[in-house]
Write a protein of this length. Structure first.
Length: 580
């Protein structure tokens, strides 16, 4: 199941990468504009890694007119109608025996990610500790003499460090104790103005936010690209602000060179940052002081349109998905909204009771979990509940709380002995109005990449296992047997019967037999055997034997792990019903 949990992460990374590429394009178009504009763009690219678009997609679905759908999936494996309790079992102990190499690979990836994140977090904590130590050793500086605004906490440190704003929630300006003797008054004013610009822009807070992004997404190359661009653009933005405020470009450039000469030692900083192209380009740009192009015209419109698209596209996608589900629902279940049980009684029962149901003409009574009821209400066929492992969301009690339900089916004057419970109507759709009225259930559909099993023939010669044989009966034969006038012969009708630890199946679909032999599985089973018709089986389920071994040795079939895009039912809202 780990791959299932990785699917939303992969989708989020794709979204963030696409957004990053768009920011890169916009930043290139705005290369002659103010650095503060490009800085905000790169900061947005950083924050996008922490803000998935899924909430916007979900919000868009709220605007789509939809009815709760009955989704038909031709290859979904599920339990037979004669064993409805299996629809509520969820994940079982069989998952512990999954021969799935992808789970081990996913665990390895998770371990590598955790190691990288912990290493970065440790480096970050060590840096914070050094800063705190420096602050404790620093003394209060004479703010008036240095020309520092009174509202700013100024500290003087004996260490040979460059001037900086330190701290996020209680920032302070840290200056070398002898800086006033190293710089002229005009140079010192320009350096302090630069740091005040960082303080006013809350650059430390933005840097801390991006550090969180680095810890979580260190494996993404774009995160480190964003870090370099953030540093470059924020320094350039402050340079432009200082010169724009009236500082002489030559004096400001000389001040930066003096700080590098006296307070940045060669062993602690890369060579390119001191005398290489990076510093040279910065000094040349300050001295040239090229005027920044104002953000107006088509560039301003394009930037605003891009920001609007970031919000509108996910919402439109969510609305389109909701509309598609509504269209499918209306096409597959046009009468689901109008048909409901005539009378329904719902009472909570102890969770120790056994779930199941029994049928009488015109009546249905049974004990169910809410997830089982949802699986039945959204059935993929007349006798095939929706797979419960594709029902997500909702409180924990929908898996554990049991309810005794007694209901009578609607009458319209016609009866059908082949379906005496519903008087000729499909039974499962009748659960939907009950859930919506009594449990206040609301749901929506999502398409997710989920792990599945592909059912294939294990033997190269195409032979089946010793316990599985094609049935000589057809579905018409089964219906005739069920309607036989002699009650003593009706036990011979098609179906499944448990015996000891195993079971016998007569004229059953292949997936039904596989699910009974090895399941219920924690994922859907897709039939890729190419076998048609119904099958008979006589399966022994021994304790301690892997269900995959039973399927392969007794049925001659094999389950191969894969991933497929599937619809899932997301529970948006549900309430406990008022007992009758």
């Amino acid at each position: 199941m780990m791959l299932m949990s990785f699917a939303p992460v992969a989708e989020h990374l794709l979204e963030s990468t696409a957004f990053l590429l768009c920011v890169w394009g916009f930043a290139s178009l705005l290369s002659r504009h103010a650095a503060a504009v490009r800085y905000r763009l790169w900061l947005a690219a950083s924050l996008k890694f922490m803000v998935p678009l899924a909430p916007l997609v979900a919000l868009g679905r709220r605007f789509a007119w939809r009815t709760a759908p009955i989704v038909h999936d031709a290859w979904t494996g599920a339990s037979n109608i004669q064993m409805p309790a299996a629809a509520g079992h969820g994940l079982t102990a069989a998952a512990a025996h999954l021969p799935d190499a992808s789970a081990s690979f996913a665990a390895l990836l998770l371990a590598v990610w955790a190691a990288g994140s912990l290493l970065l977090l440790a480096r970050w904590c060590a840096s914070v500790r050094r800063v705190r130590t420096m602050i404790r050793q620093a003394a209060r500086a004479d703010a008036a003499t240095l020309g520092v605004p009174r509202r700013v906490r100024a500290l003087a440190t004996p260490r040979a460090c460059e001037p900086a704003i330190v701290g996020v929630w209680r920032p302070a300006l840290v200056l070398p104790a002898d800086i006033a003797s190293r710089l002229t008054r005009a140079q010192l004013d320009s350096v302090i103005a630069h740091e005040m610009c960082h303080l006013g822009r809350r650059d430390n807070l933005a840097a801390a936010a991006h550090m969180v992004v680095e810890v979580l997404f260190w494996f993404h190359p774009g995160v480190w690209l964003v870090e370099r661009r953030l540093v470059d653009e924020r320094e350039r933005a402050c340079d432009e602000a200082v010169v724009g405020a009236g500082a002489a470009p030559e004096t400001y450039a000389e001040a930066i060179l003096q700080v590098c000469r006296h307070y940045i030692s060669a062993p602690t900083i890369a060579h390119a940052a001191v005398t290489g192209a990076g510093l040279r380009e910065r000094i040349e740009r300050i001295v040239r002081n090229p005027p920044a192009v104002r953000l107006e015209g088509w560039r301003r419109v394009a930037l605003l349109a891009g920001a609007a698209l970031v919000v509108m596209v996910p919402m439109a996608a969510g609305a389109a998905t909701g509309a598609a589900v509504a269209t499918q629902a209306s096409a597959t279940a046009p009468n689901a909204e109008r048909e409901a049980f005539d009378t329904v009684s719902i009472k909570p029962v102890p969770p120790t009771m056994r779930s199941g149901w029994k049928n009488q003409p015109g009546r249905m009574s049974g004990t169910f979990t809410v997830k089982t009821l949802i699986a039945l209400a959204f059935a993929t066929g007349p006798t095939t509940p929706f797979p419960d492992n594709r029902i997500v969301g909702g409180p924990d009690w929908i898996d554990t709380a049991l309810y005794a339900i007694n209901a009578t089916a609607p009458r319209d004057g016609k009866t059908d002995d082949s379906n005496p419970i519903a008087f000729g109507r499909p039974l499962f759709p009748l659960f939907r109005p009950m859930l919506e009225d009594r449990f206040r259930l609301s749901t929506h559909m999502e398409r997710r990449e989920l792990p599945v099993y592909a059912l294939v023939i294990a033997r190269g010669d195409g032979r089946l296992g010793p316990k599985l044989h094609p049935s000589p009966l057809t579905s018409d034969d089964c219906r005739l047997r069920m309607q036989h006038p002699d009650p003593s012969l009706r036990p011979l009708h098609c179906g499944t019967e448990r015996r000891g630890t195993g079971f016998t199946a007569v004229a059953q679909p292949l997936l039904t037999i596989v699910n009974m032999a090895g399941g219920p599985f924690d994922r859907n089973v897709r039939d890729e055997t190419g076998l048609n018709g119904l099958f008979d089986a006589d399966v022994d389920r021994e304790d301690g034997v892997s269900p995959f071994t039973i399927v392969q040795e007794q049925l001659g079939l094999k389950l191969e792990p894969r991933t497929e895009p599937l619809d899932v039912i997301v529970v948006d809202h549900i309430e406990r019903p008022t007992p009758d």
